[in-house]
Design a protein around this ligand. Structure first.
Ligand code: PNS
Length: 164
């Protein structure tokens, strides 16, 4: 059966187990997926682009059809540059919908050839976000069950976490 290629964009500040669950499921459904770190102008990032890309490279190492990249600019311009016409976003709850719906419509206005598709997160990760990870870690809390083990060292170093 023919499979398509897709783009999974985000700020990944930092990558969570919820993101990895979506990446794993996209990689099973699609021929290839490019995970792209983009700056989110609404949020000041804690991790540099290099750190975010490195975390994603480590956690996706075992997936042969996953590539990690970064871009500073409009998502649709990056997608056009890479000749990818499907953007996949994860949805955790109804609260994500309004903003993602707006982004999808804006991106369609900017480039009608690119489609946004949504994938529902696994229910066990529906509470999880990069912001929650940063909040817990900034108070010295244990985030090991929230982030992929391969990304933990970089996160622990950033927040001086003592859990091993
Ligand atoms: O993980 P996030 O923070 O929900 O990801 C949002 C992101 C980075 C994918 C989104 O902010 C984005 O696409 N930024 C790039 C600039 C852009 O194209 N904005 C949409 C048109 S205004």
């Amino acid at each position: 059966m023919a499979k398509a290629v897709a783009l999974y964009p985000g700020s990944f500040d930092p990558v969570t187990r919820g993101h990895l669950d979506i990446i794993r499921r996209i990689s099973k459904t699609m021929e290839h997926v490019t995970v792209a770190v983009l700056d989110n102008p609404r949020k000041q990032a804690v991790f540099s682009i290099d750190e975010r890309v490195e975390m994603l490279r480590r956690v996706t190492q075992a997936y042969e059809n996953v590539t990690v990249d970064y871009y500073n600019g409009l998502l649709v311009d990056y997608a056009r540059e890479k000749k990818i016409s499907i953007i996949i976003k994860g949805l955790r709850a109804v609260s994500d919908f309004e903003f993602e719906f707006q982004m999808a419509l804006v991106n369609r206005k900017l480039n009608p050839d690119i489609e946004t598709m949504f994938m529902m997160t696994h229910s066990k990760y529906s509470y999880l976000s990069s912001s929650i990870v940063k909040e817990i870690a900034s108070f010295g809390g244990d985030v090991r069950e929230l982030v992929p083990p391969e990304a933990y060292d970089i996160i622990a170093a950033k927040f001086n976490l003592r859990f091993q």
